[in-house]
Design a binder for this molecule. Structure first.
Ligand code: ASP
Length: 302
């Protein structure tokens, strides 16, 4: 499961129906099924994470897999071991699944050459974050009935966002229209050529959207100044009560987290938007259970 770009729509739908059936497990008193008993999963995170890492760990445990968590800062990487040698060494323990977050997609693809295990991409630099898009789309289809023919507005730091890229690939497979909105310096040039609408004025962009995906400003990936200041950014691109009032009453507002309140979304909107953002996190667990079950039992890359 390296990305949404190459994932057929039918596979996405199959993951959604599995996720739907797995949701119920988390409401049981004993939150565990033996679906991946005897399988070993290694969570390999070379970049920070809260939601993705913990939900993959819980998802694997709820399916009865054995889980090992590896974090770069406490490993021998700190002693100079390379990422590839690290994976080769972990490969010696015969894991079935690696869940990997790494700073570049070249590194992720290189790692695929050094393991027999299935690999799930948990974020490769600014390229893709497939399970985030799956959980976003799953949340939308639960709320609106489907992901079909919607207007999906993605706002903010699109240039550095793997979440934006995976969602663009995913929603377009369902004939949804993508509208991108952000400072011109943070919207990639080739988007318009790909048939994606680009809008720089957020006041206008929110009006017709069924779904509004707000993105975090990826300061850790910005190598130069893409806008004058965070204050200036939020003046033009934060979701405020005034802007949200221009949107459709039933428009869904999503955010992958972590949210920087008052930078991307005005904190006075917390009561309105946070419940659905937390629902995304909850759905992330069921979607990751579905993904792990698919790769763990099919023994191939999706
Ligand atoms: N958690 C998401 C990611 O890892 C979004 C973000 O960090 O802004 O890409």
């Amino acid at each position: 499961m390296l990305g949404i770009k190459a994932l057929p729509r039918e596979e996405i739908e199959a993951i959604f129906s599995l996720a739907k059936s797995f949701q119920e497990i988390s409401t049981r008193e004993v939150k565990k099924v033996p679906a991946l008993r005897g399988k070993t999963l290694i969570n390999l995170f070379f970049e920070n994470s809260t939601r993705t890492r913990t939900s993959f760990e819980l998802a694997a445990k709820r399916l009865s897999a054995d889980v090992v968590n590896f974090s770069a800062s406490s490993s021998s990487l700190a002693k100079g071991e390379t990422i590839i040698d690290t994976v080769k060494n972990l490969e010696a323990y015969h894991p079935d699944i690696f869940v990997i977050r790494v700073g570049s997609s070249a590194a992720l693809y290189a790692l695929t050459q050094h393991t027999e295990a299935s690999i799930v991409n948990a974020g490769d630099g600014r390229n893709e974050h497939p399970t985030q898009a799956l959980l976003d789309m799953f949340t939308v289809s639960q709320q609106l009935g489907s992901c079909e023919k919607l207007k999906v507005l993605i706002v903010g730091d699109i240039l550095h966002s793997r979440v934006a890229r995976s969602n663009m690939f995913g929603f377009r497979k369902f004939a949804s229209q993508i509208i991108l909105c952000g400072p011109p310096s943070l919207v990639p040039f080739d988007c318009a050529e790909e048939g994606i609408r680009v809008e720089y004025d957020l006041d206008a962009a929110v009006e017709s959207a069924d779904v509004i995906i707000m993105l975090r400003v990826q300061q850790e990936r910005q190598t130069s100044a893409f806008f004058p200041s965070l204050r200036e950014y939020s003046k033009n691109y934060a979701l405020t009560p005034r802007r949200l009032a221009r949107a459709r009453k039933d428009a869904l507002v999503l955010h992958p987290g972590p949210v920087n309140w008052d930078v991307e979304i005005h904190s006075s909107l917390k009561w309105r938007v946070h419940p659905l953002i937390l629902k995304q996190a909850e759905n992330g667990l069921a979607v990751r259970m579905a993904v792990l079950f698919s790769v763990g039992t099919k023994k191939r890359t999706l």
